[in-house]
Design a binder for this molecule. Structure first.
Ligand SMILES: Nc1ncnc2c1ncn2[C@@H]1O[C@H](COP(=O)(O)OP(=O)(O)OP(=O)(O)O)[C@@H](O)[C@H]1O
Ligand SMILES: [Mg+2]
Length: 253
């Protein structure tokens, strides 16, 4: 299969006030790959994701330069920021459930987009809950509150919600930080399935998770790219940069 660029980042810089935290980075993400991003705390992993879907715009006094293109279209020059955010599903470290029923959590975005009929919404809700490997556990209680689910179930509900507007890119920011290893493995299996349908950007503090899932991984450190490589190189005996080896081996970070 030919390699196709889906997201192209060129000379991206980000400053909060006078403090630059992303220092002119360039990389691309290929269509249909799982692109891992690893790096110690404060490397600007979350900030990078926020530039991608432009939620960085909510923080006052931020300065962004360079470009991020999705399918050749610059996200900062796109007509509608809502159209951009529909293209990108975002899953945060802790589940952010809406105070609604399980059904309504997943139906929320499609309803905002104008779908109101149950006959149209119900199949979407079922598809997303199945994709997030939650359907079997909740299909008999779709009308109970999402907040009554366990932490791991709520995180899968968040994924279901992120899928409800059929994003072409799914970003996950340390999704497993608050869930047990068994649920983490279940979600990892979900991601392996989803990659057939979308591009996945996986920010993780668990280097072994990137090793298990990512096609290529970027090591970000203090807002600079140390190295981008395939999983065998980054996690092998001889990555290009000694710092990658030390970080992956747990010598620092
Ligand atoms: N809203 C903000 N205002 C000012 N500075 C911020 C803001 N958000 C993040 N920063 C700074 O930007 C830098 C990168 O933070 P960011 O949260 O992107 O890193 P991270 O790699 O996601 O870290 P972690 O692994 O802890 O989640 C940090 O030095 C942080 O203090
Ligand atoms: Mg972060």
């Amino acid at each position: 299969m030919a390699v196709e660029t889906h997201i192209e980042v060129t000379d991206l810089r980000l400053a909060y006030g006078h403090r630059e935290v992303i220092h002119g980075i360039s990389f691309d993400v290929r269509r249909g790959e799982i692109f891992g991003i690893i790096g110690p705390a404060q490397s600007a992993k979350t900030s990078l994701l926020r530039c991608l879907n432009r939620t960085i715009d909510f923080t006052p006094d931020t300065h962004v330069s360079g470009s991020i293109k999705i399918d050749g279209q610059d996200v900062r020059k796109t007509g509608s920021v809502y159209a951009l955010r529909r293209k990108i599903g975002m899953v945060a470290p802790l589940p952010v459930g809406l105070p609604l029923t399980i059904y309504d959590n997943v139906a929320f975005a499609p309803r905002c987009a104008g779908l109101t009929r149950r006959s149209a919404l119900a199949p979407i809700v079922e598809r997303c809950l199945r994709q997030a490997a939650l359907w079997d556990e909740v299909k008999d209680r779709l009308n109970s509150l999402g907040t009554r689910l366990s932490g791991g179930q709520q995180q899968r509900l968040t994924i279901a919600r992120a899928l409800s507007h059929q994003p072409e890119v799914l970003c996950l920011d340390e999704f497993s930080i608050a869930i047990d290893p068994v649920t983490t493995m279940r979600i990892e299996d979900v991601l392996k399935e989803l990659r057939r349908e979308m591009t996945i950007i996986l920010v993780t503090n668990l280097t072994q998770q990137a090793r298990r899932l990512a096609d290529r991984t970027m090591f970000l450190w203090n807002g600079d790219i140390v190295e981008i490589g395939t999983t065998d190189v980054i996690f092998g005996d001889r990555p290009k940069d000694r710092r990658t080896y030390d970080y992956v081996q747990g010598i620092f970070g």
